[in-house]
Design a binder for this molecule. Structure first.
Ligand code: C2E
Ligand code: CA
Ligand code: CA
Ligand code: CA
Length: 275
């Protein structure tokens, strides 16, 4: 029993060591990847559910790793947050996204994700506005998505940053609504323009009456607060139809397509006469 215990401990130790190694690899890789623009924006279509028209895109970070291929954000955003690299990463992503999108059809919006960590930077709004000015992307076409988590650590600072963004005409969305980190109290804390309903509720509305009830309640809440809703994670036409009935304003998800590179977006927009 003693040996087994020791072996188990040794195994546990090694797996921790591997996890640590992997994390360190990500960290050192990121340091070069950001300035080399290996971290690029991908774009996910957002659709007006009433008309079916493309309304814009959510910007999602991807790492185009020279050896490992395309890496999703769960693998590197947390490391970027812990190490403070998220600030540079985020500005690099939005700069690339604005440059790509500035000559797309003027009706098309961009939604960018801001990490709660960035709301501790008193200059965040000024930095974003500077990138808008330098790239010529209009503030009126930009929406910033934030998820709570440490928002209340320094609410006054978050409010002041958000105030500066809104003064420029940038809109504000509360991301992942309904999950643990995003709740009713936050709706009053900041001047949101939109609620995003988390895909964990959306994907199951056709099978699970409780999910349907929750999404309906969120849409009604949005209605009475004058906050249009966006449903994320729409994977089939039945779900889309259901959400249209419920009165969600916008939707996004694999039904409309996977997140794609700027080059692919250009192709799509050219085909639809939206360039
Ligand atoms: P999120 O903001 O909740 O983003 C939506 C996620 O759902 C995206 O995953 C998207 O690819 C995925 N998704 C969209 N439609 C569907 C669908 O129909 N079915 C399923 N199963 N999934 C769908 P992704 O790109 O892996 O992003 C994960 C999270 O990473 C995002 O969650 C966002 O919080 C974060 N993230 C991505 N890019 C950035 C960034 O540039 N900055 C920051 N701070 N966070 C980012
Ligand atoms: Ca988001
Ligand atoms: Ca999220
Ligand atoms: Ca979500």
């Amino acid at each position: 029993a003693k040996t087994a215990g020791r072996n188990r401990f040794a195994w546990f130790d090694r797996s921790m060591e591997h996890a640590l190694q992997a994390r360190n690899e990500v960290e050192s890789g990121l340091r070069d990847a950001i300035p080399q623009q290996q971290i690029v924006p991908y774009f996910e279509q957002q659709v007006d559910l009433a008309t079916g028209q493309l309304s814009g895109f959510e910007v999602l970070a991807r790492w185009e790793h020279p050896l490992r291929g395309l890496i999703g954000p769960e693998a590197f955003i947390p490391v970027a947050e812990e190490t403070g690299m998220i600030a540079d990463l985020s500005l690099s992503i939005i700069r690339q996204a604005f440059l790509a999108a500035r000559d797309w059809h003027p009706s098309l919006t961009l939604s960018v994700n801001i990490s709660p960590w960035q709301l501790k930077d008193a200059w965040l709004a000024q930095k974003i506005i500077k990138v808008l000015t330098e790239t010529g992307f209009p503030a009126s076409r930009l929406e910033v998505e934030i998820t709570e988590s440490s928002l209340f650590d320094n609410l006054a600072l978050a409010q002041s940053i958000v105030g500066s963004l809104k003064n420029q005409g940038i809109r504000l969305a509360l991301d992942d609504f309904g999950t643990g980190y995003s709740s009713l109290a936050h709706l009053r804390a900041l001047p949101f323009d939109r609620i995003k309903i988390d895909k964990s509720f959306v994907t199951s509305i056709c099978e699970n009456p409780e999910s349907a009830a929750i999404v309906t309640a969120i849409a009604k809440l949005g209605d009475s607060l004058n906050l249009p809703t966006t449903a994320e994670g729409i994977e089939d036409a039945d779900t889309e139809e259901r959400l249209r009935g419920i009165g969600c304003a916008k939707g996004q998800g694999y039904l409309y397509g996977r997140p794609m590179s700027a080059a692919k977006v250009r192709q799509l927009l050219a085909e639809r006469g939206l360039l």
